[in-house]
Design a protein around this ligand. Structure first.
Ligand SMILES: CC(C)(COP(=O)(O)OP(=O)(O)OC[C@H]1O[C@@H](n2cnc3c(N)ncnc32)[C@H](O)[C@@H]1OP(=O)(O)O)[C@@H](O)C(=O)NCCC(=O)NCCS
Length: 503
């Protein structure tokens, strides 16, 4: 049973640090385990191909882990997701989460909707007190100095990979973009300071938006940047932070929230898997992100990941302010095909998707449209955002520049021809890779959400060892597919679920 120290160590697979496993995961299915007779080698391969299990056994001596695998039920092993997810405990062990309006793991209630009706009159007007020596603060992120304080906390203490090799490094421009979206509220930028030193030691933030969950439009807070200084971990500060931002949301009349985590909490509404496409394979290899597959050579890996120098979609160009309406129209129709999707306003499209060079030092979002050269109609849209990771203590490299696939859409989705959609996305996404490479990114990351299972493997994205779980607070709905099957592999029969991208 993982304790909260374990939580600290493992609450990390939002980091883009999952080793890119080379070769399609299905190639590992040539391993044919035979129960107790499984050879140590087969057990080892099985362990390699089952990312969830590998995480579970992280830290265990390799020999012991292999031995444990040999004793396990094969059917279960082949089903990546049948292994309890990282950090999963039984409901009773979630001392905090079992008190919250979230579905239990064994939730049988079928009706969707809010779990608890909140009476705003009964919401406390004051925060719960913090332990002596610490106090609440509301960050004013319009002030460069306070934005920098948050940046500093996250740069040193936010999400790391399991081996503490990489840590997310959200730029200040990124935080500004992510936390001051249309309708943003200062009160939802919550911090904790050490009273004496005034140092910022914890954060939890939210921005308001609307999402559709199976055609129900709900006003939610998007929660992000929950972070506690390393020295203050395992002291049950997380529940206090979550309760405080919940209170502040309730006071503003927002009773639902959406959030993601690499760890299992009660209860994911959906789970996706990370995939990684090397753009600069050699650098990824040098920093320990990509392994050199057995029997391959560096030169072969570089060739394998080589991309053309020019894009091939006719009419592809950077998105401009004049495209906002067309992009909103296309994206809304495209996103409505998913069970859970954002209901973006025009203002939000403008904010989230359009790069504003005049206000940003570090570009955050790269957006492109495809304009039909004859009709001038916008037929496709694709974007990615920039999220660097610090390479912790490396003699040669100090950061990995990762592009994350963001929103996209194509008219081809409405032809109801899956093959045509796949063809179109293969071209569009290959162009996105080329553009990201030109913009000096080292790796292109994507989850199994949207229609991504149609192109991930063919475009040489490697399976990561991280899952990203999606959660709704105070809202119940039936599970939503995350683009992966019970072997934890991308599956186009599991698409149509997650349409939101969380930063
Ligand atoms: C995640 C983090 C805030 C947890 O802090 P901690 O000191 O390990 O945990 P605490 O003692 O404060 O609280 C433990 C409780 O928080 C819950 N918790 C842990 N990680 C959580 C998460 N990411 N989201 C929500 N709840 C979480 C635990 O399940 C536990 O509740 P339970 O008793 O119901 O099981 C801290 O490890 C951290 O800052 N990590 C780096 C950044 C990070 O991973 N942020 C989360 C991104 S999703």
């Amino acid at each position: 049973m993982p304790d909260s120290k374990d939580t600290e160590d493992k609450a990390q697979d939002k980091a883009p640090s999952e080793n890119v496993s080379e070769g399609t995961p299905s190639s590992s299915s040539s391993v044919k385990p035979t129960g107790a007779k499984m050879t140590p080698k087969a057990a080892e391969s099985l362990l390699d191909m089952n990312a969830a299990l590998k995480n579970e056994m992280a830290g265990m001596d390799k020999g012991k882990a292999t031995e444990a695998v040999r004793k396990m039920d094969i059917a279960e092993l082949l089903t990546g997701l049948s292994i309890p997810g990282k950090n999963q405990k039984d409901m009773a062990s979630y001392k905090f989460w079992q008190t919250q309006p979230v579905p239990r793991f064994d939730d049988k209630e079928s009706a969707g909707g809010p779990i608890k009706i909140i009476d705003p009159e009964k919401v406390s007007k004051e925060p719960d007190p913090l332990v002596e020596g610490f106090e609440w603060t509301t960050l004013d992120l319009t002030k460069e100095s306070e934005l920098h304080e948050l940046y500093d906390l996250l740069t040193n203490h936010y999400v790391e990979d399991d081996n503490a090799m990489f840590r997310f490094n959200y730029s200040q421009d990124f935080l500004h973009w992510a936390l001051m979206s249309p309708g943003w509220k200062k009160e939802w930028h919550v911090g904790v300071r050490a009273s004496k030193s005034r140092k910022l030691v914890a954060s939890i933030c939210g921005v308001p938006t609307e999402i559709r969950v199976r055609d129900q439009k709900i006003r939610v807070t998007e929660i992000n940047f929950l972070c506690i200084h390393k020295k203050l971990r395992s002291k049950r500060l997380t529940p206090v932070l979550i309760k405080e931002i919940t209170r502040r949301c309730y006071l503003n009349g927002i009773y639902q929230a959406i959030y993601t985590a690499g760890v299992i909490l009660p209860t994911p509404v959906s789970s996706c898997r990370y995939y990684h496409r090397p753009l600069d394979w050699l650098k990824l290899y040098e920093v320990g992100f990509s392994p050199l597959p057995q029997g391959s050579t560096k030169a072969r890996q570089i060739t394998k990941n080589h991309l053309p120098s020019h894009t091939s979609t006719p009419g592809l160009r950077p998105m401009e302010a004049k495209d906002v309406d067309a992009v909103q129209d296309l994206l809304e129709r495209y996103l409505k095909r998913f069970d859970m999707n954002p209901a973006f306003t025009r203002e939000e499209i403008d904010h989230w998707l359009l790069h504003k060079p005049e206000t940003q030092k570090d570009q955050v979002v790269w957006s492109y449209v495809v304009e039909n050269p004859e009709t001038h109609k916008i037929t496709d849209y694709v974007s990615f955002y920039n999220l660097e990771s610090t390479v912790i203590q490396h003699p040669k490299h100090d950061c990995v520049r990762a592009a994350y696939l963001y929103y996209y859409a194509t008219e081809t989705a409405f032809t109801n021809d899956k093959k045509a959609l796949k063809e179109r996305l293969l071209m569009l996404m290959n162009d996105a890779l080329i553009l990201a490479k030109k913009a000096k990114f080292d790796v292109f990351n994507a989850l199994t959400l949207h229609d991504n299972p149609l192109f991930l493997e063919q475009l040489k994205f490697g399976a990561g060892d991280g899952q990203l779980h999606f959660y709704l607070y105070n809202y119940r709905t039936a599970p939503i597919p995350g683009g992966i099957n019970d072997k934890n592999l991308p599956d186009d029969r599991k698409m149509g679920g997650v349409g939101v991208v969380m930063l």
